[in-house]
Design a protein around this ligand. Sequence first.
Ligand code: SAH
Length: 226
Amino acid sequence: MSDRQTENHAEAHRWLLERVRAETCETARSTGLNELSDRVIEAMAATPRHCFVAPEQQDWAYADMPLPIGRGQTISQPFIVALMTELLAPEPEDIVLEIGTGSGYQAAVLAHLVQQVYTLERIPELANLATQRLRELGVANVVVRAGNGVQGWEEQALFDGIIVTAAAAEVPPALVQQLKPGGRLVIPVGPPHRTQDLRVLEKDAQGVVRSRSVLPVVFVPLISDR
Ligand code: SAH
């Protein structure tokens, strides 16, 4: 990459963070979040999104929009990544599961905030590419596995938090089961290719689960492979 491109990326990255902060304010009434925590902003600042998109997408790497990553899939809009990360309320000791690795970007953001990230991707080619990128960036606390995430990741459960980055018709029961008491599940729920409902489910110490709707969103579908 040329010095010029590096400089353009750095400036675009700063603008993006301002945009993400502004959008957090604009949506506060719906999300209940007035601002992003410093930890989440720092994780977004420390994660180079241009490393997760193809050479032909470099000029848009820091635009606040989803971008194609091949195989009909997308890297999510940065504001949505920040919002979902904040809603997960990640703590440094947490073990987190992501369903839908895609480019690996959301996993890389989470890697800055928690102890360990497990992430599942049903398209092996994307899982391999994400693994390679994370290795090149020196991100050592993310394990990527190719496989269907609808059943969660039984061997590594329970999780402090679970984040699903594809839209489910219904909340997969296995994911609720694999959540620790006190844990949170952040998931878009709704029909494919329409507006879905971003939800946060919280399991209390007694195992009672409460759900709230946060924001209308559009995600690629979570494929159940049944
Ligand atoms: N978090 C990603 C965005 C992912 S897009 C990022 O930061 O780039 C959603 C991804 O979910 C796609 O890559 C898609 O292949 C994957 N996916 C869809 N259904 C799945 C399933 N049942 N299990 C695992 N991954 C799934």
